[in-house]
Design a protein around this ligand. Structure first.
Ligand code: ATP
Ligand code: MG
Length: 362
């Protein structure tokens, strides 16, 4: 069986370092591993509109931002298909049929959607499209017969929902759809990177992000202002490592070689953590170290972005070509789906002839 990747991001803002460690870095590694037959990367504008219906310009403007982020992180349009969700109408058609396979109460149980509804104050009036976006996500994944979906932890309930739809569809109609596997980061810190404000998730909608496109100065300022342990007031006080976002970022980004280069008093992160817990290590020193580590990771991304920014029409052309290719694949799956559901009336000549006999023999 082919090995196919599908994943994507909502164009609700520029991409941040949470997206990077949670998903994008892995995508680039998988893309370059040569082990996958196809890699589809989707800019989920239709999904973004489910909770941004009144700010379409925001979604429109962020398409190119997200595309630039992808390219600058090393997603290569020669290997990966980068496309825009709304340009593939087959995805809407699939969603419409999958809606019959899911109950309202099942959708209400989705913990990610539940917390997103709360975050957006949608409790009193949830847009129907937003409520059903896990179904549209199942359409996105299955349209490409994806076997592997590299995402952050918050996407686990979506993958569960997709698998249920696949099983139900295949059981009722025919074995057409493929059950995808989720691919989470092995590094725990990367599963859900917290915000610079210490909130549980760095999120475009929460304004607590370090963006991949931030300048060197912006990154430094954001790090120096980061939330740490509020009880670590004097340097000598014992500090709390657990849940401290500065340490979680170090868990996510620091590599063994960084210590000799930027923090030679320590051999590894355990030693730094141990000193901080004991007391006597100030926040500023650790933040400076984190800044060096992050700048090293972000510098090449920033440089590549500058290059791509010089030719924006070429970036749109990459997306246009990718969308064309993606549509052809989705159309093929849709036609298999319609055949399995027996709504392929005009291509089923045997059926038409059978009907014809039924009426002529009356
Ligand atoms: P929004 O607030 O608009 O939902 P978002 O920041 O949650 O934006 P998405 O586009 O919904 O971003 O998510 C894209 C991908 O990035 C998903 O795979 C998601 O799991 C992952 N991701 C998002 N935020 C984080 C994070 N803080 N840590 C790790 N992965 C993340
Ligand atoms: Mg999200």
């Amino acid at each position: 069986m082919s090995k196919i990747i599908l994943t994507g991001d909502r164009p609700t803002g520029k991409l941040h370092i949470g997206h990077y460690v949670g998903s994008i870095k892995r995508r680039v590694e998988l893309q370059n591993s040569g082990e996958y037959d196809e890699t589809f990367i989707m800019i989920a504008d239709a999904q973004a509109l489910t909770d941004n219906a009144d700010t379409p310009e925001k979604v429109r403007q962020n398409i190119v931002e997200v595309a630039l982020d992808y390219l600058s992180c090393g997603l290569d349009p020669k290997i990966s298909t980068l496309f825009i969700q709304s340009q593939i109408p087959e995805l809407c058609e699939l969603s419409f049929y999958y809606m019959n396979l899911v109950t309202v109460s099942r959708l209400q149980r989705n913990p990610t959607v539940k917390s997103e509804i709360q975050m957006r104050n949608f409790e009193a009036s949830i847009p129907v499209g937003f409520f059903t976006y896990p179904i549209s996500q199942a359409a996105d994944i299955t349209a490409f017969k994806a076997t592997t979906v590299p995402v952050g932890e918050d996407q686990l309930p979506m993958l569960e929902q997709t698998k249920e739809i696949v099983r139900r569809f295949n059981m009722i109609y025919d074995e057409v759809l493929v059950e995808p596997d989720v691919l989470l980061s092995e590094n725990k810190a990367c599963l859900r990177l917290p915000g610079t404000d210490g909130k549980a998730k760095m999120s475009k909608s929460l304004n607590n992000c370090i963006y991949l496109s931030d300048t060197e100065d912006d990154v430094k300022k954001k790090i120096m202002n980061m939330f740490t342990d509020p009880n670590h007031i004097r340097v000598d006080d014992p500090g709390q490592v657990e849940g401290n976002p500065v340490f979680i970022y170090l868990d996510a980004f620091a590599k063994p070689e960084h210590f000799a280069e930027y923090f030679p008093d320590y051999q590894n992160l355990s030693e730094v953590k141990e000193h901080y817990s004991r007391g006597g290590l100030g926040d500023v020193k650790i933040k400076r170290f984190l800044n060096n580590v992050l700048q090293e990771e972000l510098a090449p991304i920033r440089a590549r972005r500058k290059e791509y920014e010089k030719d924006i029409p070429a970036v749109y052309e990459i997306l246009r070509k990718g969308s064309e290719k993606a549509e052809a694949v989705a159309a093929q799956t849709l036609s298999e789906v319609k055949r399995a559901m027996r709504i392929n009336y005009f291509e089923d000549m045997d059926y038409i002839n059978e009907q014809s006999k039924k009426f002529t023999n009356k």
